[in-house]
Write a protein that binds this ligand. Sequence first.
Ligand code: COA
Length: 158
Amino acid sequence: MTRPAIRQASAADVPAVAALERDVFGPDAWDEPAVLAELEGPGRRFVVAAGPAGELAGYAVSMTLGDIVDLQRIAVHPSSRRSGLATALLEDLLAHPGPADRMLLEVSERNQSALAFYAAHGFSRIDVRPRYYRDGADALVLHRALTPPRDPSGTMAP
Ligand SMILES: CC(C)(COP(=O)(O)OP(=O)(O)OC[C@H]1O[C@@H](n2cnc3c(N)ncnc32)[C@H](O)[C@@H]1OP(=O)(O)O)[C@@H](O)C(=O)NCCC(=O)NCCS
């Protein structure tokens, strides 16, 4: 598969991101001012992926505060899923953590696709926030260390 094109978002992407938000998150979607606030907020990295015709196929946003980078959002259009797009978006955010040494995120206990995605990328559960979501579902707090793993010889991986 050719690697999807990932680039940093600009103000021109705001309407398309807000439209995809509505499709994917319904009543919990960010509206255009909320998307713009994320784009311009401190510590944010906001990246988008283009589909075959140049259309917005997915996006992801992180916020770094000290030694923690929070994954604020990651979403892929239903027609582009299971082709590695979210993986490419997440890898970009993981490669640009600022001073953070771990990534945290919250996900609904009922979001099986996202749970499978995060498990595939090495996240593990560290906490639960009961009845956190509008539908009464718990939020699971997941965590992944960003420190490069040591290789078996004891030297740091390059
Ligand atoms: C979760 C989400 C971002 C994954 O996007 P994606 O582009 O389909 O993910 P990828 O193609 O990079 O998947 C990588 C791996 O994650 C796992 N995975 C992803 N979606 C999965 C699913 N529905 N079921 C099982 N495993 C899944 C698989 O291991 C997959 O590898 P494989 O396709 O080789 O088996 C997408 O389903 C989505 O947008 N969901 C709605 C928004 C959302 O819930 N966001 C997270 C909470 S904010």
